[in-house]
Design a protein around this ligand. Structure first.
Ligand SMILES: CC(C)(COP(=O)(O)OP(=O)(O)OC[C@H]1O[C@@H](n2cnc3c(N)ncnc32)[C@H](O)[C@@H]1OP(=O)(O)O)[C@@H](O)C(=O)NCCC(=O)NCCS
Length: 190
């Protein structure tokens, strides 16, 4: 389709409408959505709650959200997701208000397979606080809590809790330094 008006093409309009409609239909509750572009696949057999002004930019690579039966995914207000997102929620994932999720980020609250015969804890909830910035290519593993305002550097694998107000990075991710933030400061502009 090549109909265009200035820089806004008909294709873009369809993508925005399609993505927004699919998310709104598949969610149990959704606030007024922000911008959705590209391909966002949503499979919801549990509970999906999406806040106000949540945006998905899924152009270079598609994004995928999967919520299993009995699981709960809660996305706060004013959250931005970059492309290549992969959320696998089998128990509980919470993403706080004003959080920014970089490209190719993976949040999974289950290991899907037991490590050995003694492994009884494949699924554990993930909690990402408010005003957090998750860098490109980060993997957040089951059972992790990330405190408010913290930043997870690109390419990190987060295996243990990260406190509030720190830059953390590496594999496994560790706090690197304290951040200069205040309660009223929000990284993502609205
Ligand atoms: C988060 C980020 C911006 C931090 O930058 P910064 O505050 O300037 O940090 P610095 O470069 O001063 O590094 C501080 C320390 O963290 C380490 N560090 C930085 N990035 C790291 C990473 N990705 N993994 C592991 N350690 C990292 C540095 O080596 C340095 O350690 P040192 O003091 O022992 O030398 C940067 O790490 C990053 O991830 N950038 C990519 C952001 C991104 O993904 N953007 C996509 C769009 S959302």
């Amino acid at each position: 389709m090549s109909v265009s008006y200035g820089r806004f093409t008909f294709g873009k309009l369809v993508a925005v409408l399609k993505g927004a409609a699919i998310l709104a239909i598949k969610a149990d509750s959704a606030g007024r959505l922000g911008r959705i572009s590209g391909t966002l696949k949503v499979r919801n057999k549990g509970e999906l709650v999406v806040g106000r002004n949540v945006s998905f930019y899924a152009k270079q690579f598609p994004s995928s959200i999967s919520v299993a039966k009995g699981a709960k995914l809660r996305i706060g207000n004013n959250v931005f997701f970059n492309y290549g997102l992969d959320i696998g929620c089998t128990k509980s994932i919470h993403i706080g208000d004003d959080t920014i999720i970089g490209p190719m980020v993976n949040l999974i609250d289950t290991n899907f397979h037991p490590v050995d015969r003694d492994d009884r804890s494949m699924s554990k909830p993930i909690f990402v606080g408010a005003n957090v910035w998750i860098g490109r290519g980060v993997v957040i593993l089951p059972g992790v809590t990330i405190g408010n305002n913290s930043v997870i550097a690109a390419g990190s694998v987060v295996t243990r809790d990260i406190p509030a107000n720190v830059l953390a990075g590496g594999t496994p991710a560790k706090a690197i330094r304290e951040l200069n933030v205040s309660d009223d400061w929000i990284r993502r502009t609205k």
